[in-house]
Write a protein that binds this ligand. Structure first.
Ligand code: SAH
Length: 464
């Protein structure tokens, strides 16, 4: 009893209560209230009435575990995936797809108003571009591998917020080929008793398996990430993998660092080419193991069409595509611009970008390797280049602060910002709008059904 009086509420760890879920948090958790406090309940959806057990209490909020759905919300659906609840990969599979889209639109709106300080009553956010088929959409998987205490090998995904692996046979948001590859790989590891990497002791060999499938070409890449330089019995693995039709590239990636970073820098080709190809729209892209390529090719085409529309090209413009990866957006824009400059930090991706331009007969796109924040000011000055439109598509952490300053100095008429994190997007937009730009269009695009992630494309125009 004494413990309870220290807090100004009555709730304690291990208490079990009935809650009505009223809202949804930014990580997809259900939100309810009890005793004047906010409680976050993972896997509960708005409209549910649930029985939940408090697992952690803070001063004004707490976390509870869902024990039972007493009365399901109208928006609750049965996930296709049997481990949707345990797996950290998807957070929203239990929510109808329509409501997932609404959640994502609101997430963008909230970030723009809370972090960016934008008045969302005045700013029109265009309807989010949803998916037609919200399952089996990913073209890339990176399954971590672990030897359990029992000796069994597990490969699949991390349980939410842990490094404990949930063994899976199929991931319902991945291309179906990836489960076939995973089955072959697990059987191989078992049969040849291959050493498995252990994170804690930094010993053992096999860390992960990466699979990539070209959606339009069907071409398959398998890359085994190892803490070493060679894989025993790799010939047998290659033989088995080659039974899959369309196997195109089998390689090893050497990662001997004690790190959470998935890929090392060295790639050793075991069989076939060291890249696969795929199409977005009419453009063919070459994709190497180390290169970034959007994971949802169907939605990517819609996203790039949106970016292209926002860029408003008439044919005479010089366009910069910063954080350009393998030149995906650059080449999309090149067909309607005078000149495109792409800048990307990963050298292999730049090599892919140059090959892609050549392969597609595109002569007005030039690519530079290096950190955009260093390369752009240099090239811009040296070339005395124009900058009518700047497109940026940075990783989740957003644009480098000094790059934003450089963009302002370049004075483009339009900036198209493509972002996979609305929070850093809002932060960067706030800066740019304080430097003479106006936010005129915002549109979400769902590339990641079942998860809380959302892609956004926005257009900023330079004020006269
Ligand atoms: N626009 C591309 C890639 C977007 S992902 C596409 O749609 O496919 C972001 C890219 O930024 C990655 O390719 C990553 O390697 C690259 N990157 C990360 N930090 C960078 C930096 N400081 N300078 C340039 N590129 C960077």
């Amino acid at each position: 009893m004494e413990k309870k009086t220290k807090q100004n509420h009555e709730l304690m760890k291990d208490d079990i209560l009935e809650l009505r879920i009223e809202d949804i948090g930014s990580e997809g958790e259900g939100i309810g209230h009890a005793d004047g406090l906010t409680l976050f309940v993972k896997d509960a959806v708005p409209g549910d009435i649930v029985k939940a057990k408090i697992i952690k209490m803070k001063k004004s909020y707490g976390y509870a575990r869902l024990l039972e759905v007493l009365k399901p919300s109208e928006d609750r659906v049965k996930p296709l995936c049997p481990v949707a609840k345990q797996c950290g990969g998807c957070q929203l599979q239990q929510l109808s797809y329509e409501k997932q889209l609404e959640f994502k639109e609101n997430k963008i709106r909230n970030c723009l108003s809370r972090i960016g300080g934008f008045d969302c009553d005045r700013l029109v956010i265009e309807p989010i571009i949803g998916m037609e088929a919200p399952y089996y959409y990913r073209n890339k998987a990176q399954f971590p591998v672990e030897r359990k205490k029992s000796g069994e090998i597990a490969a699949g995904f991390y349980a939410g917020r842990t490094h404990s692996i949930i063994d899976i046979t199929e991931c319902y948001i991945q291309d179906k080929e990836s489960s076939k590859i995973l089955a072959i790989f697990k059987a191989f590891l078992k049969e040849y008793n291959i050493s498995i990497y252990d994170e804690k002791s930094h010993t053992g060999l096999v860390r992960r398996i990466l699979t990539r499938v070209g959606r339009r070409t069907g071409e398959i890449m398998v890359c085994i990430i190892i803490n070493g330089t060679s894989l025993p019995n790799s010939r047998q693995l290659v033989e088995r993998l080659c039974e899959l039709q369309n196997m195109t590239s089998i390689c090893l990636n050497v990662n001997m660092e004690k790190t959470n970073v998935i890929l090392g820098e060295q790639v050793v080709t075991l069989w076939g080419r060291d890249y696969i190809t795929d199409y977005i729209g009419s453009i063919q892209y070459r994709i190497s193991a180390l290169s970034f390529y959007q994971v949802n090719p169907v939605q990517t085409e819609k996203l790039y069409e949106t970016a292209l529309k926002f860029a408003g090209l008439e044919g005479n413009e010089t366009v910069w595509d910063l954080y350009c990866g393998i030149g995906t957006i650059s080449l999309f824009l090149a067909k309607e611009a005078k000149q495109v400059y792409g800048v990307e930090i990963i050298p292999q991706a730049v090599a892919d970008a140059r090959a892609n331009a050549e392969q597609n007969g595109i002569q007005n796109a030039e690519f530079f390797a290096g950190p955009a924040e260093e390369v752009v000011p240099h090239i811009f000055r040296e070339r005395k280049a124009a900058a009518d439109v700047v497109v940026v598509d940075p990783p989740r952490k957003g644009c480098d602060a000094s790059l934003l300053n450089t963009i302002v100095e370049m004075q483009p008429k339009r900036i198209v910002y493509v972002s996979c994190d609305p929070a850093t997007l809002a932060r960067d937009l706030k800066f740019l709008c304080g430097e003479g730009y106006e936010l005129v269009r915002v549109r979400g695009c769902d590339m990641f059904a079942g998860t809380v992630h959302v892609e956004t494309a926005v257009l900023l125009v330079r004020k006269p």
